[in-house]
Write a protein that binds this ligand. Structure first.
Ligand code: PRP
Length: 207
């Protein structure tokens, strides 16, 4: 039975592939310098897809891939109907709200929040019952409060150096992020043994 794995292009995907490889799920074709998007190991009956990180949940939810590797940030934003099978424990960072140093909130009006993660922001402030106005940006979100585009940002913080260099600081932690293994719900029913073998192997290697 074939197992199809959606890997996010980039560092996270290559790290996950390295661990899969060490556990017998190698695919030498994938290691070359290629623009191909589909790679097979016919002997082991494994297929890898290289996809844009934010699309991994879509491939898995719709069953084009049986399992996938994805950051919890993407998972929270995309809200896909998949099983979260394992916290891989790498790619650690957090979602946080940050504002200019010394920022004081004006509670009399909606808070203006710049972010790439519109759904995460909506959910977070809905729970707090705080009205917001979202400014969707596609990158360099830290610029928002510096040019009065927004009051605060909701973004990923890893080392904190981007915030620091732009005179911003974290005012609230929103969620912890790390790489996760996700699975398609019906694949998990019909290919359970094969998927569980992968979960176990990854669990051991990432402890
Ligand atoms: C991410 C994130 C922050 C930065 C955080 O941006 O959006 O800007 O990394 O990392 P740090 O805490 O270690 O400084 P990315 O580099 O992905 O680019 P982007 O600004 O285009 O989103």
């Amino acid at each position: 039975m074939e197992i199809r794995i959606a890997l996010p292009k980039g560092r996270l995907g290559m790290k996950a592939y390295g661990i899969l490889k060490n556990n017998g799920y190698e695919c030498l074709e994938l290691e070359g310098d290629s623009r191909k998007l589909v790679f097979h190991n016919t002997e082991k009956n494994i297929t890898y897809f290289m996809v844009k990180p934010s699309d991994v949940p879509t491939y898995v939810a719709r069953g084009a891939a049986d399992i996938g590797i994805v950051g919890k940030d993407t998972l929270l934003e995309e809200n896909a109907d998949v099983y979260e099978l394992l916290d891989l424990g790498f790619g650690k960072c957090k979602f946080a709200i940050a504002a200019p140093n010394g920022y004081v909130e004006d509670e009399s009006r909606p808070l203006i929040v710049a972010t790439k993660y519109v759904n995460v922001a909506k959910n977070y402030y809905e729970k707090k019952e705080r009205k917001i106005d979202i400014v969707k940006l596609n990158g360099s979100v830290e610029l928002g409060p510096l040019v009065d585009l927004s009051d605060v940002i909701l973004d990923i913080v890893e080392t904190g150096s981007t915030l620091k260099e732009n005179n911003l600081s974290v005012i609230e932690d929103v969620a912890d992020i790390s790489a996760r293994l996700i699975g398609n719900k019906s694949s998990y029913k019909f290919k359970r043994k094969k998927i569980d073998d992968i979960v176990l192997a990854l669990e051991k290697s990432t402890k």
